[in-house]
Design a protein around this ligand. Structure first.
Ligand code: FAD
Length: 510
């Protein structure tokens, strides 16, 4: 059988494509996912269903190459239906109007905020009611955490921020000034709402949609320069009129390169024939660099239900059109619940409880790369996150830690904390940038490795509709096409990118 469309990767974007394209009963759609498929919420492993903590199972197990200090940073990515939306911490932030201004400048006016607002509304089920900035009845349910969900430490953080002059923001996903806000969440009643749950499960009954889990793809097949199907890692070949790459910012460039789309010299090094010489494939990897600023907490009177669910956004650097650093405060959490691969366990902890300020520079200038290690589809890529290769990024993260330290010293939060644990009181404010560089972490927001842009841009890989330059019948829709990194968490921006690309593609293929 020849499918009208094969979508590779059933993650945040792939499930959107599968839903929107198969809405046309004339289009036969096959969704191929490397990880396991769980067709109902009841079948989900408990840790994947539980929205309160990010599970680090169902993961590709990637790591960044060692940096100058020998740190090999983990790069988690979901290998499961729903992709990284099945393993993330459920923060559901829209890209800001200022991010859309940048996208419009780099990729075309259709990516501006007024043009994209209808897609945000279309994707959303906002149970508090439809209004100017929100939608009702869309596939993706967005909820707001309550003060009870977040516990007393986060409430005290909000009060301390207000005392220091940071405004309180009622609706993070409406345009407006930065400040302290409860973050919207892709979770409800403790259930993580992946795009598999929101977009895919309700349409699985469609006779023109087939979903295959445990089906890793090796490469796209071409007749001349026209995509005509895919080859699975098992060697099985499947025909299609059109192929969509939605395998995420790390895997999409790998599949492209194995298929002959990429930098000529890199393809030649692996003996791959060149179909389209596109040097931008695997370049421009952008990540939000982060630091775990940890404070020993007094045990909370009432336990929180949600680890993360609020954010303070601040313009720290000069000349930014919007905020450039973010501080995500955690609830007070048992020390042993922090991921050991990121926060080494400590002996003789004074209380057994910590409060984390997970801080980031959300407009980083550093860039990294994703490269092929070999032609074997099961080989991990060579990932160089490139964190802090531009020194200013470490200064911005240090700015965020200084702000977090100031809030930790301010009442009423100061009364709920004991002392700073990481980096610790022995590290002065002036030494923070160095401490940040020596303990690299990130927000798990890797993107832009198949960047969207005009053909004249030598690093652009896809056009404004996600079509890959130099070949026909091949589209990319996932976080790899971000024209620039938004200053927010990347799941919702990936979903709206997929929504827009799906709407254009459906028109073309129908
Ligand atoms: C631990 C973690 C926490 C995060 N927390 C948040 C958060 O709270 N809020 C937020 O907004 N963002 C968060 N993110 C980021 C966000 O989830 C991602 O940016 C987003 O999911 C990316 O979507 P995508 O479609 O590009 O890729 P993914 O969702 O990763 O989907 C790619 C899919 O393709 C599949 N695939 C890959 N290679 C192949 C192949 N060869 N053949 C077949 N299938 C393949 C993968 O298994 C995966 O299912 C987090 C990410 C992680 C990893």
């Amino acid at each position: 059988m020849t499918y009208d469309v094969i979508v590779i990767g059933g993650g945040s974007a792939g499930c959107v494509l599968a839903n929107r394209l198969s809405a046309d009963p004339r289009l036969s759609v096959l969704l191929l996912e490397a990880g396991p498929d769980f067709a109902t919420v009841e079948e989900l492993p408990a840790e994947v269903a539980d929205a309160h903590y990010a599970p680090y199972s169902y993961d590709w197990g990637y790591r960044s190459v060692p940096d100058e200090f020998g740190n090999e940073v983990p790069v988690p990515r979901g290998r499961i239906i729903g992709g990284s939306s099945s393993v993330n911490v459920c923060v559901a932030m829209r890209a800001r109007p200022s991010d859309h201004d940048a996208w419009a400048d780099l990729a075309g006016p259709e990516w501006g905020y007024p043009e994209m607002l209808p897609f945000y509304k279309k994707m959303e089920h906002y149970p508090y009611g439809e209004e100017k900035f929100h939608g009702l009845g869309g596939p993706y349910r967005i909820t707001l955490s309550t003060a009870a969900d977040l516990g007393p430490h986060v409430a005290a953080m909000g009060e301390a921020s207000a005392r220091l002059g940071y405004p309180t923001v009622g609706d993070f996903n409406a345009p407006g000034a930065p400040g302290f806000a409860h973050t919207p969440l892709s979770a409800a009643d403790g259930l993580r709402l992946s795009t598999a749950v929101g977009y895919l499960n309700p349409v699985r009954h469609r006779p023109n949609l087939r979903v295959r889990g445990d089906a890793p793809v090796d490469r796209v097949l071409f007749r001349g320069t026209r995509a005509c199907g895919v080859r699975l890692a098992s060697g099985e070949e499947i025909d299609a009129r059109h192929v969509v790459l939605s395998a995420g910012a790390y895997s999409t460039p790998l599949i492209a390169m194995r298929s002959g789309v990429g930098d000529r010299a890199e393809l030649a090094a692996h003996g791959i024939d060149v179909l389209a010489d596109l040097p931008g494939v695997g370049r421009n990897l952008t990540e939000h660099p982060a630091f775990w600023n940890i404070h020993v907490a007094k045990p909370p009177r009432d336990g929180a239900r949600q680890m993360f669910g609020s954010v303070l956004s601040v313009a720290a650097g000069p000349g930014e059109p919007d905020y450039d650093v973010q501080i995500l405060p955690s609830a007070a959490v048992p020390t042993r619940s922090l991921p050991a691969m990121i926060v080494p366990p400590v002996e003789n902890h004074p209380t057994g409880w910590d409060m984390v300020f997970f801080v980031s520079c959300v407009q980083p200038r550093s860039r990294g790369t994703v490269r092929l290690a070999s032609r074997d589809p099961e080989d991990a890529p060579i990932i160089d996150l490139g964190l802090y290769t531009v020194a200013d990024d470490a200064e911005r993260v240090a700015d965020a830690v200084r702000i977090a330290r100031g809030i930790a010293r301010t009442q009423p939060l100061a009364d709920l904390l004991v002392d700073e644990r990481v980096p610790g009181p022995g590290v002065s404010d002036e030494e923070l940038a160095d401490a940040v560089r020596r303990a690299p972490a990130h927000y798990n927001h890797g993107s832009s490795t198949m960047r969207m842009g005009p053909h004249r841009d030598p690093d652009a890989v896809v056009d404004t509709d996600g079509a890959v330059y130099g070949v026909e019948g091949l589209t990319v829709a996932d976080a790899s096409v971000f024209p620039a990194m938004p200053r927010v968490a990347t799941n919702v921006p990936t979903i709206v990118i997929a929504e827009r690309i799906a709407s254009v593609l459906k028109e073309r293929l129908s």
